[in-house]
Design a protein around this ligand. Structure first.
Ligand code: GAR
Length: 194
């Protein structure tokens, strides 16, 4: 582990399922002087995705998990987390639901980014629902993960105006830019308090 200004960095894992732009922004943050994390591990439930391509290209220890059986998958994940002494898990577009047992084991050590202004629009199709409900703003939220979906304590949010011309795709694009900015900030924020 790397020592920085008298402090030990926290070993971090990022869980992904897709294109991995949030993984990229966390990776970039981990390489800055002020970073409080070492990005030690990437967990993915998919093989052929941009996120895995990025992770391997940057020589991050990357594990693809077979999710046919949840218990089996999570046992594997836990083995890798323990082996790498992971203290912070960042869900970044990870589209598998973690079991309550798993969440209990790592309580207060798992955070997630969600593309809405929680507590509004938990779950899927957030942009479509925000537009259809005539919301003036939408955004993204980094929060702690608890047993209840998208309901843990909020760490950081940012918002953007929904324009009349927006559709779910344009809104998703605008919000993703915010997501990539706030995820590293949220990590920095929680780690500055310990
Ligand atoms: C992001 O928009 C993230 O908020 C969303 O998946 C996308 C992943 O993008 N997560 C969820 O919807 C979780 N409920 P990325 O792979 O480019 O980071």
């Amino acid at each position: 582990m790397v020592k920085l200004i008298g402090r030990t960095k926290i070993n971090c894992a990022v869980f992904i399922s897709g294109r991995g732009t949030n993984l990229k922004s966390i990776f970039k943050y981990s390489k800055t002087i002020k970073s409080k994390i070492d990005l030690k591990l990437v967990i993915s439930n998919n093989y052929n995705i941009l996120g895995v391509e990025f992770s391997k290209k940057n020589k991050i220890n990357t594990k693809i998990i077979d999710y046919k059986k949840l218990k089996h998958a999570e046992d594997h994940i836990i083995k890798h987390l323990r082996k790498n002494n992971i203290k912070l898990i960042c869900l970044a577009g990870f589209m598998k639901i973690l079991s309550n047992d798993f969440i209990k084991k790592f309580k207060y050590h798992i955070i997630n980014i969600h593309p809405s202004l929680l507590p509004k629009y938990k779950g899927l199709n957030t942009h479509e629902r925000a537009i259809n409900n005539g919301e003036k703003y939408s955004g993204c939220t980094v929060h702690f993960v608890t047993e209840k979906l998208d309901s843990g304590k909020i760490i950081l949010q940012d918002r953007v105006k929904i324009l009349k011309s927006d559709n779910p795709q344009t809104l998703a694009k605008k919000i993703l830019i915010l997501e990539n900015k706030i995820y590293p900030k949220a990590i920095d924020l929680i780690l500055s308090k310990i």
